[in-house]
Design a protein around this ligand. Sequence first.
Ligand SMILES: NC(=O)c1ccc[n+]([C@@H]2O[C@H](COP(=O)([O-])OP(=O)(O)OC[C@H]3O[C@@H](n4cnc5c(N)ncnc54)[C@H](OP(=O)(O)O)[C@@H]3O)[C@@H](O)[C@H]2O)c1
Length: 321
Amino acid sequence: MLAVSCVSQSADDPLSGLEVGERPDPEVPDGWVRVRLRATALNHHDLWSLRGVGLPADRLPMVLGCDGAGVTDDGREVVVHAVVSTPEWTGDETLDPKRTLLSEKYDGTLAEQVVVPARNVLPKPAELSFEEAACLPTAWLTAYRMLFTQSGLRPGDRVLVQGAGGGVATAAIVLARAAGCVVYATSRDADKRERAKALGAHEVFESGARLPEKVDAVMETVGKATWSHSMRALRPGGTLVVSGATSGPDPSADLNRLFFLQLRVVGSTMGTREELSSLLRFCAANGVRPLVDGVAPLAEARQSFARMAGGDVFGKLVLTT
Ligand SMILES: NC(=O)c1ccc[n+]([C@@H]2O[C@H](COP(=O)([O-])OP(=O)(O)OC[C@H]3O[C@@H](n4cnc5c(N)ncnc54)[C@H](OP(=O)(O)O)[C@@H]3O)[C@@H](O)[C@H]2O)c1
């Protein structure tokens, strides 16, 4: 099968370890299913793997990819849930200390085929195309859990989304708007700010700019570059939900503000099978669709990776087989 693999790792030149080529078809273990992928999508996670973060070198070569939608051997159209928990684990899969994401221990979705535990596929709603469905299991699921499980937001509440161009951030803007929140977003780039507004943000600001009012919750994936602004933006008792640190993982915690204003800082990672099921229903029922920046054949994955590494992306990059 054709696959996109990480064959070596480099912090400075991540694309040097990317290989697009033939790999053996996977075996299907008992209790697992094969999905012949129709569409898959890139995430920043794939770049972290190429940089040597989260993927030990002794597991290479590894097929990359967490997002995918396709057809099982028995003909079901499915979406892949990328969080693989241990077989004996029950409940929230993201809380299993031994959980792993596709492409960390088991080969991922940037291929013509992937094998996953049977419980890691969900029916693809007929309303969503394979390309649209393939965008949902990672960035969109992460945004869904941040907003609707971790933040305590209710319709009418005010939310700030930092770094409007990212996959998680664009998802958070669309989902928060559809759920009836007042949505503020920041971006360093004027063009991205305009596009964030077109997506559903009520008002957009330069990174670090003063907001017209304090917000109930902040969705943070940028990290060091926006952290102190996120802390300043919150009303007393507000909640900062953080799921990533693209600009660096070492924010100054602003401890005085944290305790004096009784803020809550909540970490969030991916989402459960149940949350993915709800997200799929949410999109199918409400006409909400992921924002796709580009679609290319799997064989041209290198160009898409180069775009993601360059940061000039607004929404998801999809690869089709
Ligand atoms: N925990 C999880 O389950 C999970 C799931 C998915 C993603 N993530 C993580 O979340 C983060 C976001 O991933 P993503 O794929 O959505 O997007 P991304 O491509 O990493 O970009 C996020 C945004 O960060 C902003 N940004 C980057 N560097 C910046 C800087 N120096 N100063 C200010 N802003 C900066 C950019 O916004 P502007 O250009 O608009 O300013 C960019 O659009 C990643 O670190 C990823 O690993 C975590």
